[in-house]
Design a protein. Structure first.
Lengths: 243, 519
């Protein structure tokens, strides 16, 4: 199969895409022309304006369908591929028991003012997500969930108290890049508080993170949207036990 | 009504259990005070403004009194005794706060004649604040009469949240023009954990706009303008939650807000605020809401965002019953109880929509006179905006089929971005279509006797009664400590704001509570 692809509408190679957007102008013929001009500048040629609707006094919403000529080279895409084997809960427990001969301590929290515990709870709570149980369910993991709005010093203190092997931080609120600032602050605090060999594995997760930014943010791993508890548990075993 | 064939004896038992579970908490609330309750009293008495660092004078004054005489007597007597000693009048309360902050006033617990005089003065000053709240309520009644209520139920509830009150205003007015009956200004993330109310108009917030008295006033004035233009009274909502719940309620009453989010347990479970602090604060805030004619919105929808909406459906019912008990005890009438619930069942669960209908109808039948607050899906909104829009359509349909009172408009871009202009427009179009096409469907919608929906509703009620029995036996505080609601465990001796709680001394005096309970 070719590595070069283009969007697919209903025929191979047709390049069809759909796009919706708002322009801050009232709806008239000129506005529709403006929408098509934008589509053309974005590489949609020819573009079909299929829907236009005025909202309030000075805004119009558009839906445009059209063909783009851009090609995508799949072989040149860079992503973080899963570089560890996916284990079952049983395998995780067995690996920890054999490799560490004690429970693996995990401390989790939402830091900063972020009050959305949905992410950390999905990974940690027994309840889990999508039918997959959270880390509390794993017999050989000792989970401390600090909940929401935990300050960085509280998190560092809890990690030391619990002798954390790994610290999991969830960040949902992204306004003004709060998730990036908070993560940098967190990783800096751990670097300051503990020597490298005593530092827990730092893992952050959230729907808006770029998984390739781990190094830049000073953490060991970033998990994006759709991550399951099993993936996190498998990664912890890979990074802390088997690797 | 009576579409679910609920056993009246079981319903009565559920209410009785909620009363028995709630009563010890009410007793606790009646015998304790908090720094925020005391600050609310001083706000009613007329203390306003903030120091150059933005710390309100009420905080400075209460802190000064607490330092010198403690919190357990209430601050009213020490403050008004000091006022007399300084030769000042109640109009100079803010000046007294400034002097207290500078350390040039001494506070003590007055005795005998001095105490009698201080009590009288405090009562007079606080009465003035409560009269203002009464006038604002009468003003609302007049405006509703003049402009009218929305034509349809449910009322359409929309959120604005730019962080800048001057951006919020045109957005709120545009939303009202597009069909919103209720505007909620979401608060800045983290405001609930501030132990003071920020001052003045604010132009910067995080994922929301700070709740301040001036922001309340500006937005209410703008929506009065919209009400005149649209010939329907557009309501304004904010939050009486977090560490400053009593003060938020007071400011809402003073500025004629119409609805306030005010849950009895939300702060405990989701913000880790100390349980006793929360129960004391919420009782006072509800007394103010009762007086001000404000509709409260409770937060049961939140339980379903962390727990499973099918397995834990009965915890919503239990919380609604507890919220109802606490609300009635504080003097709120049924029409003021916007009890919450939500459309949060995983859409992949077979018959999920029928389950939603059963749960929504159960709430409707248990609380026939309450304007239930119906909250849209959030947990299972994935970023697939097309599927999200469909799910919101079903949410709207369930809302109208089961006669919900207040419908929070769901956004297809939930979990993606803060709503864009076009997202809001599409969402409102969705609501208008469903209400237009099926607005009267609740009249025809009668579940089959003994069928799936009836069975499910009865089962949830039975589970709620079982849980209430357990809570009543264990006590509510212990149930909260054990993680009964929303999975979070919250012991009564932990959590934020505990330092600002005190048990009443024998001579505790609070003129506002006395006035509110006399009415």
């Amino acid at each position: 199969m070719s590595d070069i692809v283009r969007p697919y509408g209903d025929t191979t190679g047709d390049g069809m895409v759909q796009l919706s957007f708002t322009l801050p102008i009232p709806h008239d013929k000129r506005a529709e022309g403006a929408a098509l001009q934008l589509a053309a500048k974005m590489g949609m040629e020819p573009a079909m304006l299929v829907h236009a609707k005025q909202m309030g006094d000075g805004f119009t919403f558009f839906v445009v369908y059209g063909r783009v000529n851009h090609l995508v080279d799949v072989s040149k895409v860079e992503v973080v591929e899963r570089d560890f084997p996916l284990l079952s809960a049983k395998e995780v427990n067995a690996a920890v028991k054999r490799g560490l001969r004690r429970k693996l301590s995990v401390v989790g929290a939402c830091i900063g003012t972020d009050a959305h515990t949905v992410g950390i709870d999905a990974i940690l709570n027994v309840k889990g997500i999508a039918g997959e149980k959270g880390l509390e369910y794993y017999r050989e993991l000792k989970v401390t969930n600090l909940g929401a709005q935990v300050t960085v010093p509280e998190l560092v203190a809890a990690a030391q108290r619990e002798r954390a092997d790994a610290v999991l931080v969830s960040q949902v609120v992204t306004q003004r890049d709060a998730h990036l600032h908070n993560t940098r602050e967190m990783s800096a605090a751990f670097r300051e508080a503990l020597p490298a060999d005593k530092r827990p594995l730092l893992v952050v997760g959230g729907p808006r993170f770029d998984e390739t930014m781990a190094g830049e943010l000073g953490v060991d791993r970033i998990f994006g949207r759709g991550t399951t508890p099993g993936e996190v548990a498998s990664y912890l075993v890979h990074a802390l036990v088997t690797a | 009504m009576a579409k679910l064939d609920l056993d009246p004896a079981l319903v009565a038992r559920a209410r009785e259990l909620a009363r028995r579970a709630g009563q010890p908490v009410v007793d606790l609330a009646r015998s304790h005070t908090t720094v925020s309750v005391e600050r609310a009293v001083l706000r009613l008495a007329g203390v306003s403004g903030a120091d150059p660092d933005g710390i309100p004078w009420v905080n400075r004054l209460v802190d000064a009194v607490v330092d010198e005489v403690g919190l357990e007597h209430g601050v009213a007597l020490p403050v008004f005794a000091a006022l007399q000693q300084e030769g000042l009048t109640p109009a100079d309360l803010t000046l007294l706060a400034q002097k207290a902050a500078a350390g040039s006033v001494r506070f003590g617990a007055p005795r005998g004649k001095e105490a009698t005089a201080a009590r009288k003065l405090a009562t007079r000053a606080t009465t003035a604040g409560i009269r203002t709240i009464d006038r604002r309520r009468a003003e609302r009644d007049r405006l509703v009469k003049r402009f009218g209520d929305p034509e349809q139920r449910p009322w359409i509830y929309l959120i604005v949240a730019t962080g800048d009150i001057y951006e919020d205003i045109p957005q709120a007015q545009a939303a009202a023009r597009a069909g919103a009956d209720v505007i909620a200004v979401i608060r800045s993330t983290g405001q609930s954990l501030l132990d003071y109310v920020p001052e003045g108009p604010t132009r910067e917030g995080f994922a929301g706009t700070y709740a301040t008295q001036e922001n309340f006033r500006l937005m209410r004035a703008a929506l009065d303008e919209s009400s005149r233009e649209l010939k329907r009274y557009v309501r304004l909502t904010n939050y009486a939650s977090g560490l400053c719940m009593p003060e938020m309620a007071t400011l809402a009453g003073l500025e004629r807000l119409d609805m306030m989010l005010n849950d009895s347990m939300y702060g405990i479970l989701f913000r880790d605020i100390n349980p006793i602090r929360t129960f004391v604060d919420q009782r006072f805030s509800r007394q103010v809401h009762a007086r001000a004619g404000i509709i409260i919105n409770t937060g049961e929808d939140n339980y379903l965002t962390t727990a499973d909406a099918v397995d834990e459906a009965h915890t919503v019912t239990v919380s609604q019953l507890l919220n109802e008990f606490f609300a009635h005890e504080a003097g709120l009438a049924d029409w003021q109880l916007g009890l919450g619930h939500a459309f949060e069942i995983n859409p992949d669960v077979p018959e999920s929509f029928r389950l939603e209908l059963a749960h929504a109808l159960l709430a409707r039948e248990l609380f026939p006179d309450a304007p239930l607050k119906w909250m849209p899906p959030t947990k299972h909104m994935t970023g697939d905006v097309f599927r999200g829009n469909l799910l919101d359509g079903f949410f709207n349909l369930a809302g109208t089929m089961t006669g919900q009172g207040i419908l929070l408009v769901g956004m297809m871009t939930e979990a993606v971005v803060t709503p864009w202009l076009s997202d809001r427009d599409i969402a409102l179009q969705n609501v208008r279509y469903v209400l237009g096409a099926a607005g009267g469907l609740h009249e025809d919608f009668v579940p089959a006797p003994g069928g799936f929906i009836q069975q499910r509703a009865n089962r949830v009620l039975a589970e709620a009664v079982t849980l209430l029995e357990k809570i009543e036996g264990d006590t509510l505080l212990k149930a909260i400590a054990d993680g009964t609601f929303g999975i979070m465990k919250r012991p009564a001796d932990r959590g934020k704001g505990l330092a600002g709680v005190a048990k009443h001394a024998d001579d505790y005096f609070n003129p506002a509570t006395a006035l509110l309970e006399a009415s």
